[in-house]
Design a protein around this ligand. Structure first.
Ligand code: IMP
Ligand code: MG
Length: 178
């Protein structure tokens, strides 16, 4: 079974749902009278987007962006767009939805990309945050859970494209990725 590859469950489905309800309320309150676009980063953010967005009582829109870092240019923060946004974001308030912030390079580059496209305001909501790993100056305004430097899987997060479908966030057994 898939769950046999998990060393430890960090956050089970109930905890994640509860936290998404809390975050949804906070976000709805902060964005009163606004109509933000939630921009989810494919593919990892999809389960989090689904759980979070149903708890944000606002006339929001949803769009998707798929990016990859250019090989060997990590430090410049350049990104390659695999799937672009469907609609204009000019003058709009953007809430980026991300599975996890690690070094922060992806988010920094995505933020710049969206700003260049004319967004009015850009904030970030991330299910997980590995603050100790940060390499660039960026922070998510809304965070589900802070975690230590573990490699985690589940609830959208993958290892080699697998485990995204686990209903919880867990630590992958070391022997499976060393
Ligand atoms: P960053 O640019 O270093 O912040 O990388 C963020 C991206 O790396 C996330 O969107 C994930 O796709 C991936 N990532 C970072 N840490 C983990 C992890 O523990 N498990 C699975 N994916 C991770
Ligand atoms: Mg990602």
């Amino acid at each position: 079974m898939l769950v046999d590859d998990v060393a430890e469950v960090l956050f089970d489905e109930e905890e994640i749902k509860k936290r998404c309800m809390e975050l949804g309320e906070i976000i709805a309150n902060d964005y009163q009278e606004k109509e933000p676009i939630l921009v989810a980063l494919l593919k990892g953010a999809i389960p989090f987007l689904a759980e979070l967005s149903k708890n944000i009582d606002l006339p929001l829109e949803v769009d998707y962006l798929d990016v990859s870092s250019y090989e060997g240019t990590e430090s410049t923060g350049e990104i390659n767009i695999r799937k672009d946004l469907d609609r204009s974001i000019k003058g709009r308030d953007i809430l980026i939805v991300e599975d996890i912030v690690d070094t922060g390079r992806t988010l920094k580059a995505v933020k710049k990309y969206l700003l260049d496209k004319g967004a009015n305001d850009i904030k970030v909501v991330a299910l997980l945050d590995k603050k100790s790993r940060r390499a660039v100056d960026i922070d998510a305004e809304y965070v589900g859970f802070d975690i230590p430097d573990f490699f985690v899987i589940g609830f959208g997060l993958d290892y080699n494209q697998k485990y995204r479908n686990l209903p919880f966030v867990g630590v992958l057994k070391k022997e499976l990725y060393c």
